[in-house]
Write a protein that binds this ligand. Structure first.
Ligand code: TRP
Length: 491
């Protein structure tokens, strides 16, 4: 039994400390920045419904499986998967889960840090009162100016990465536990205050309706793929972050209840963030489909006109920063824990991981300015009103600005050019491919290769019916759901 087993990295003080750390990892930019903006892009209610379905039928069951693996072996994800693959005589490629995860962690950390840097910038701007009385147009320009300056982006990206490194180097265990105990409740209180404010806005009903009004015709395959990918992203699944945290979880904590708590808290924060942001959007006559700039262009407008807005706005962005910070730590933890097991000091391992992610992050920095026209997976479609002629082309890489000039000369047709920047590619590759793939492999491993007995002993479900249901979910439902969505997405 694993109850006597302790890894070299230590054990959380209690089950609640695990919940705190896991919620700290799960609640981040994904909830407050990304969820509202993708909901806006994919048309609201229909997307939210699919997202909720994904969280409860795939995300939470997979999370239980991932934590179970970590707690079983009590090592870094890479070594955990090595050992368990041998113990249960599974095909060797399952050991790759740990490696895919570490790479995905680097990728995500690299762009996560750039965007978290924006929250550092906005916290400072809020504090100085810059946004007081600001108009929608000005707020948009401020954001645009930030994105177009690679040096400023790099400075804030660096500040955030140093913050992350400083905590990891000291040991997540001691550094995190005490700070999270204060910061996470503060985050919840702030969200409640903001929710109270948004309830008083004229656009609240419209915002609420946008989030919860189900219009099935708005739902495409792409939206389903995005919802599934996001349910993995927001729960920190599929790359070993939650496996690493599971490795420090007390052996006698019931898996089911604990993980459901984490999943529900994460979902509530995302919905609350939507209920704060959309009423503000509609009350100011702004567009919900603004994309990544939603939080940075719309919220400052509201804070600028709110009594005490300087104070509340500052606290808000500081707390988003804290949420991002506790998440970023979990992105680096699997790689750092592995290096420590290899014999590196924690400080060296941290410097190495953070430096590498920082360098990769420069690509994301440039995606918003110098490289914004350099795009991958570019699809070109042309149509004209007078003729039936439709033109279609797909390029692996293109300079979109040049392409548009070239196309302009051939004339006659109306061209639509859409591609992905370096940042978009990293985001797509990790969120929509690597995380779901990691999740499927984890499910298949726990569902089909570990013995039922070993899984039952480790999971400690009190209710046998619930255990059977969960096991069915990870054996059949989540692999099929992910494979179906992959198949649809690729065809
Ligand atoms: N879940 C975090 C968020 O929503 C991001 C995150 C932290 C993450 N650790 C992860 C995403 C591991 C994927 C995998 O912001």
């Amino acid at each position: 039994m694993s109850s006597e087993k302790r890894g070299m990295h230590g054990i959380w003080a209690s089950r609640w400390t695990f919940v705190l750390a896991a919620v700290g990892s799960a609640v981040g930019l994904g909830n407050i920045w990304k969820f509202p903006y993708i909901t806006g892009e994919y048309g609201g209610g229909a997307f939210v419904l699919v997202y909720l379905l994904c969280i409860f039928s795939v995300g939470i069951p997979v999370m239980m499986a991932e934590v179970l693996l970590g707690r079983k072996a009590r090592m870094s994800p890479i070594n955990t998967m090595h050992q368990l693959t041998r113990t249960y005589k599974a095909p060797k490629f399952f050991a790759g889960i740990g490696w895919i995860g570490a790479v995905a962690g680097f990728f995500i950390l690299s762009f996560y840090s750039v965007i978290a840097g924006w929250t550092v910038y906005y916290s400072l701007e809020m504090m100085t009162g810059y946004f007081v009385g600001i108009e929608a147009e000005q707020a948009g320009e401020t954001f645009g100016a930030l994105l177009s300056d690679p040096w400023v982006l790099m400075v804030f990206h660096s500040i955030f990465m140093i913050l992350v490194g400083a905590v990891i180097a000291r040991g997540v265990h001691r550094g995190l536990e005490s700070s999270l105990r204060m910061l996470m409740p503060a985050l919840f209180v702030m969200l409640l205050i903001l929710l109270g404010y948004s309830l008083t806005l004229p656009g609240f009903a419209q915002g609420f309706d946008f989030l919860f009004h189900f219009e099935p015709e708005k739902l495409g395959t792409e939206a389903i793929l995005v919802a599934l990918g996001h349910s993995f992203f927001t729960l920190s699944l599929g790359m070993g972050a939650i496996m690493a945290y599971g490795a420090y979880m007390p052996a006698d904590s019931p898996l089911g209840k604990t993980i459901v708590t984490v999943g529900v808290m994460d979902t509530l924060v995302a919905l609350a963030a939507g209920l704060v942001i959309f009423p503000i959007v509609f009350s100011n006559g702004l567009e919900p489909g603004a994309g990544p700039g939603l939080m940075f262009q719309t919220l400052p407008i509201a804070f600028g006109s709110l009594p005490g807005g300087v104070f509340i706005g500052t606290i808000f962005f500081v707390l988003v920063l804290i949420a991002a910070w506790s998440s970023a730590i979990s992105l680096a933890e699997p790689a750092v824990a592995w290096a420590v097991e290899k014999g590196f000091s924690r400080v060296r391992a941290t410097v190495f991981v953070c430096l590498l992610a920082w360098v990769l992050g420069l690509g994301t920095v440039l995606s918003f300015n110098h490289w914004s026209d350099k795009q991958f997976f570019v699809s070109v479609t042309g149509s004209s009103e007078t003729s039936e002629q439709v033109y279609e082309d797909f390029l692996l890489y293109a300079d979109v600005a040049e392409l548009k000039t070239d196309l302009g000369e051939t004339g006659g047709l109306q061209y639509n050019v859409a591609g992905k920047t370096f940042f978009d590619v990293l985001d797509f590759l990790t969120t929509n491919i690597m995380l779901p793939l990691g999740g499927v492999l984890i499910s298949l491993f726990v569902g089909w290769f570990m013995t039922r007995r070993a899984v039952a002993d480790e999971a400690r479900f009190r209710n046998p019916q619930l255990f059977r249901t969960w096991r069915f979910m990870i054996r059949v439902v989540s692999p099929l759901a992910v494979l179906f969505v992959f198949y649809q997405g690729l065809s």
